[in-house]
Ligand binder design. Structure first.
Ligand SMILES: O=S(=O)(CCO)c1ccc(-c2ccc(C3CCCC3)c([C@H]3C[C@H]3c3ccccn3)c2)cc1
Length: 239
């Protein structure tokens, strides 16, 4: 994939998103907590781009019984997506760049009163050593970033094209630390940071979009993490 024309962008955006995900939500970042559910905390910043709501979102969650690699592989893999992405109406793999990089075209269910949306984005999965704690386990990241494709020009179907940058960054913790082949799923937790910026592409009332975000994002993350637990519970642990 390193010789693919998108590779420099994939590399840059993925590492930028990793850095952005690891920034805290305290301080002057302007993050406001807007949803809480158990260990899940959801923050947003109110931002508009030429009159459109593009509120950046950052969610932090801690999930027991799954590893960072398992969560990221489920988020990345097309075959699982219909099981957790409830707003998905259709999904096509527009291009297979490599085994860790795909280009998706997704049509999302219409969310009244906004018109139906689609998203065309590359999706890249990778593991990176934790530069802040070398003897910690690797971080896993999936980054999704809107892209163009000659076969799928925007607004060619009935949908308004959204422009998004999304990342999910995960890290596994084993507690209590023990001999690797004695670890059970009860000993592992996965710390998840999910970040998204979605430009809705076409006009939609700010109040409507903010209500949709407030309703859809907590549901989305809860459903995704429950799906991961369900998928992994009877399988050998993938570190
Ligand atoms: O993390 S992913 O890459 C997972 C792969 O599917 C992802 C996540 C979210 C979206 C998306 C796309 C469109 C919308 C809006 C914009 C105007 C009308 C629809 C929203 C807003 C509404 C929020 C939302 C949040 C979560 C799920 C669905 N809906 C979100 C796309 C991809």
């Amino acid at each position: 994939a390193v010789n693919h024309k998108l590779w420099p962008e994939i590399e840059k955006v993925t590492m930028q998103q990793l850095h952005y995900a690891r920034l805290g939500v305290g301080g002057a970042g302007g993050w406001q907590l807007f949803a809480e559910d158990g260990d899940m905390r959801m923050y947003r910043r109110e931002e508009e781009a030429d009159g459109l709501v593009v509120d950046p979102l950052k969610a932090c969650h801690v999930v027991k019984g799954v590893t960072a690699r398992e969560v990221c592989q489920i988020f990345f893999s097309p075959e699982y997506r219909s099981g957790w992405e409830t707003t998905l109406e259709d999904m096509t793999i527009a291009e297979t760049i490599s085994n860790d990089t795909l280009v998706f075209l997704q049509t999302h269910k219409r969310i009244w009163p906004a018109s139906q949306r689609d998203a065309l984005f590359w999706s890249h999965i990778r593991s990176v050593p934790d530069d802040q704690d070398p003897d910690a386990s690797d971080l896993w990241i999936v980054c999704n970033h809107s892209t163009e494709h000659p076969q799928y020009p925007p607004n060619s179907n009935k949908c308004v094209r959204v422009y998004l940058t999304v990342c999910i960054v995960c890290q596994t913790f084993v507690d209590p630390p023990k001999d690797p082949n004695k670890i059970s799923r009860d000993d592992i937790t996965c710390k998840i940071t999910y970040c998204s910026v979605v430009n809705p592409g076409g006009w939609a009332p700010a109040s409507v979009l903010r209500a949709v975000y407030k309703r859809e994002y907590p549901k989305f993350l809860k459903r995704f993490t429950s799906f991961c637990i369900e998928q992994c519970k009877d399988k050998p642990i993938l570190f």
